[in-house]
Design a protein around this ligand. Structure first.
Ligand code: PBG
Ligand code: ZN
Length: 322
């Protein structure tokens, strides 16, 4: 008979043997929102199961996560004072810096802490950079982003992840880290970050929606695939250690392309809107959550992602889907 894979797949044991893609919990990074205060746990309406935590509560949440096997988290500071110059982003006492210090003190090297570097939660207009004469000023923004990265490094962060999409920020961050004795802190660059409607729920979570205009001048046009390669290779050249594609589901081709064009590890960010859509559909009984989530995760890995950042990580481990 001309049977092909079906012969191999007909026994569950051998079906596993010929599976081309595997997932392991080491691939996953759990994104977390931190807010100022104490004993604060505030649920995000658009993202069922996801909350903002004050630093003390984030320590407790991380402890629960670590019991499940989550050992890498990505931190977003939110709820800070918003100013023209985004000063809170690099202040020693920022909520992100405070959370990093508490987590490090509590967990030491058992927990790997990555921080998101961007200004949109700290500017009064909500753009990812410093605005002058109505436009985002690339180079002034890069200076502040570098200061923010340094402040997090001084607080003990293990890796920084710039998500602003300014040009030259990877090099500026690499330089400031190197010049201050942090040459071992890697940079995970949001290299191909598209201007996307899938960030909607995140902007509620971080109250970081731009008050005027949109992010289309600095985030990428979703019609452009070649440009993603150009952006990513430029970041690699500037010293990025990991290249990230964001969002993930609608950009599997970009993940696959970067996997081919670069030799660096490739990460993908399964963003808030992608999470919320799955949750909403599952809650209405339209799809089976576990099956959908696993299909998505395998798709990221099959496309070539070495690292997956996803809000589903907790469910994945807690419910033993993996
Ligand atoms: C900040 C940032 C955003 C996300 C990660 N970092 C929002 C944005 O660019 O508007 C989105 C993450 C998500 O949607 O889960 N620049
Ligand atoms: Zn931003």
């Amino acid at each position: 008979m001309q049977y092909r894979y079906r012969r191999l797949r007909s026994h569950p044991i051998f079906r596993e043997a010929v599976a081309e893609t595997r997932l392991s919990k080491d691939m996953f990074i759990y994104p977390c929102f931190v807010v100022p205060g104490k004993k604060v746990i505030s649920p995000i309406a658009a993202m069922p199961g996801i909350c903002r935590f004050s630093p003390d509560e984030l320590v407790r949440e991380a402890e629960k996560g670590m019991k499940l096997g989550i050992n890498k988290i990505l931190i977003f500071g939110t709820g800070e004072k918003k100013t023209r110059g985004a000063q809170a982003s690099y202040s020693h006492g920022s909520v992100a810096a405070t959370a990093i210090k508490s987590l490090k003190k509590y967990f030491g090297n058992e927990l790997y802490i990555i921080s998101d570097i961007c200004l949109c939660a700290y500017t009064d207009h909500g753009h990812c950079g410093i605005v002058e004469h109505g436009i985002v000023h690339n180079d002034k923004s890069v200076d502040i982003l570098a200061k923010m990265a340094l402040s997090h490094a001084r607080s003990g962060v293990d890796m920084v992840a710039p998500s602003d999409m300014m040009d030259g920020r990877v090099r500026a961050i690499r330089n400031i880290l190197d010049n201050n004795g942090f040459e071992n802190i890697p940079v995970m660059s949001y290299a191909a970050k598209f201007a996307s409607a899938y960030y909607g729920p995140f902007r509620e979570a971080a109250s970081s929606a731009p008050q005027h205009g949109d992010r289309k001048t600095y985030q990428m046009d979703f019609r452009n695939g070649r440009e993603a390669v150009k952006e990513a290779l430029a970041d690699e050249y500037e010293g990025a250690d990991i290249l990230m594609v964001k969002p993930a589901l609608a950009y599997l081709d970009v993940i696959a392309r970067l996997r081919r064009e670069s030799l660096l590890p490739v990460a993908c960010y399964n963003v808030s809107g992608e999470y919320s859509m799955v949750k909403a559909a599952a809650r209405q009984g339209l799809v089976d959550e576990r099956s959908i989530v696993m299909e998505n995760m395998y798709a990221f890995a099959r496309a070539g992602a070495d690292i997956i950042i996803s809000y589903h990580v907790k469910d994945l481990l807690e419910k033993k889907w993996l």
